[in-house]
Design a protein around this ligand. Sequence first.
Ligand code: SF4
Ligand code: SF4
Length: 354
Amino acid sequence: MNKRGDISALIKRAASDAGFDLAGIAPVQEFQELTYFPEWIAAGRAGEMKYLESRTDTGELRRASLSSVFPWARSVVVCAINYNTAHPYSTEVSDSTRGWISRYGWSREDYHDSVLRRLRAVESKLRETCGNDMPIETRSYVDTGPVVERVYAKYAGVGWLGKNTCLINQKIGSWLFLGVIVTSLELTPDLPAPDRCGTCTRCIDACPTEALIAPYELDSNRCISYLTIEKRGSLPEELRKGMGRQVFGCDICQDVCPWNRKAPSTDKPEFQPREALVNPSLAWLAEISEEEFREKFHGSPIKRAKRSGLRRNALIAIGNSGDRSLVPVAERASRDPDPVISEAALWAKKQLQP
Ligand code: SF4
Ligand code: SF4
């Protein structure tokens, strides 16, 4: 094996030692999917996620042109970790007073921190191996870099991009957190993973808000994940019914994917569910105090929705619950000084009218 091959193999071993389930290497190139990214942004599909639109001094979208951000970049190491837990769950919650939090939100530690910690261990190993004789540049990112991780993951052979736009691995499914190390080293790249969606359209058929506007194409403005986590203010009325009782994120298009049927579960302690977050009580979330929100969601990805967003989502879920025992909760929230809360509460009350 040549030196490039030696280092590539060593990185993958280091990734496995750091606890990653999968690792691969992609070359830095203008991949076809990245050329669509500016069109997707221009069509407004990213909604209010302005961070996706950050540009270089020359006006290029940072996430679509790694070479213009880091002219030295030659390879991207993509590491993936399975966060599926063995905890019994159901998106179809039978108790109408309870909602659904996307399973990545159940974790005990924000995944950005736990994935980055592992990624840094791989990065250190890489730097240590190259030593002073071979100076290299490296940058590690979990969601925050000038990289569309999923696209590099595809070209690193970690999985294919499904019609639900998630990265899917043939053996372990799509419950994956991704992290990337951008490096100046020319490493031996892996082959892209072949698309195994075939004629299946389960995810598109199951999406309750028709956010998958075409195979492989997501309109974030309609996606429950975006609406419940990223969108501030009131939510579009025409999408509220479709939100059902999803209060943070949405797992539906992954739950129905046949490649997740046999997804293994992780034993990593930080991904084990926090108490009360699997099928949480809607009344609890709708009335959660500032203090409890801070205390309960300290170090949790749920913080991103902010207290007002989480309460708003819980009230919409209450409106969709069909459960009149929740009317008093909506009644109290309708007098809330936050106009986003009072509006969602009035909507919920109206839905629950006999
Ligand atoms: S996450 Fe939910 S709303 Fe978004 S595309 Fe998937 S099924 Fe549709
Ligand atoms: S549900 Fe079917 S079409 Fe959708 S991502 Fe999974 S395999 Fe592909």
